[in-house]
Design a protein around this ligand. Structure first.
Ligand code: NDP
Length: 279
């Protein structure tokens, strides 16, 4: 039976470190969070972020803008926060109303305040191995991989999902560790080759958002499995990997919930403290 890779244990350790770094700062770090319109999903994230910030001694400023806010007005608001010296980090809650293009407006966040690590300048630094603001989910996966104790050098690592927030940055971060990286996506599935790639994986990372996409019997014996996926099925949260089948073959595996999730918000706070320290 596989060992469980529990995000909370790693997150608690990192939070301890964040707390002590916050105490060394002259001013409490300030996180400005923008929510546009009414959105229960985003509000749930805000509640969890507020709670985490409180326990770490971080000031969480919530800015609520009306549902009909236009891109221009949101950009002006972001610029105001960029100029506000007391604000160390800025995040925009998703999803946004249809009239706002996240990719467009997120570029207006000053790179040094982009604690989600999504500004092209921060993404670009990953290519050069010089990133100081990593996208939070990718950073969470890297922390879990560190926790496994597995040396990634030369390992067959398979990533399923090539999104800008998870799969693509992870591929670059794993190349930095000299892993042999294969990135699978919808094209791989449509070509009927997903199973064949997954079966080769010594380390498997899945970030798709489709429950049960990865069958338990595809997991190579002894593999490390990181399941980023979050799917709500019959009121229960499950990942993208069939957990019961997979844990029979894997050496280490993340539970869902309780794996990557608890670490993601911690990575956001770590980026914030790094931004505050850099000022
Ligand atoms: P996206 O929808 O942006 O990306 C999903 C990726 O999966 C795309 O690259 C897509 O390819 C690919 N894909 C879709 N269908 C298949 C398929 N059948 N076979 C192979 N690849 C496929 O999602 P995110 O990256 O934002 O999130 C992925 C999952 O991770 C979601 O469940 C999300 O909720 C979860 N998540 C969890 C977090 C956490 O903290 N635990 C944080 C962030 C996300 P293409 O674009 O070509 O269709």
């Amino acid at each position: 039976m596989a060992k469980l890779l529990e995000g909370k244990i790693v997150a608690d350790r990192i939070k301890e470190d964040i707390r002590s770094q916050v105490q060394l700062l002259k001013n409490k770090p300030v996180l400005a969070s923008i929510i546009v319109g009414v959105n229960p999903g985003a509000e749930a994230y805000v509640r969890s972020q507020t709670k985490t910030a409180e326990t770490l001694g971080i000031v969480y400023q919530l800015h609520k803008l009306p549902q009909d806010t236009q891109e221009g007005a949101l950009i002006d608001f972001i610029k105001k926060l960029n100029d506000e010296s007391s604000v160390n980090g800025i995040i925009i809650q998703m999803p946004l109303p249809a009239q706002i293009d996240y990719k467009k407006i997120s570029q207006y966040i000053a790179p040094e305040k982009d604690i989600e690590g999504m500004h092209p300048a921060n993404i670009g630094k990953i290519v050069f191995g010089k990133a100081n603001m990593l996208p939070c989910t990718a950073a969470a996966v890297m922390e879990l991989l560190k926790e496994t104790g597995v040396d990634l050098y030369g390992k067959e690592v398979v990533i399923v999902g090539h999104s800008e927030i998870v799969g693509k940055p992870l591929a670059l971060l794993l190349l930095e560790k000299f892993a042999t990286v294969t990135v699978c996506h919808i094209g791989t599935s449509k070509a009927g080759k997903l199973e064949e790639h997954v079966k080769q994986a010594e380390v498997l990372i899945v970030a798709v958002g489709k429950a049960g996409l990865i069958k338990g019997e595809w997991i190579k014996d002894g593999a490390v499995v990181i399941d980023v996926g979050i799917n709500r099925i019959d009121g229960k949260i499950v990942g993208d990997v069939e957990f019961e089948g997979a844990e029979k073959h894997a050496s280490q595996i993340t539970p869902v919930p309780g794996g990557v999730g608890p670490l993601t918000v911690t990575m956001l706070m770590r980026n914030l403290v790094e931004a505050a320290k850099a000022r």
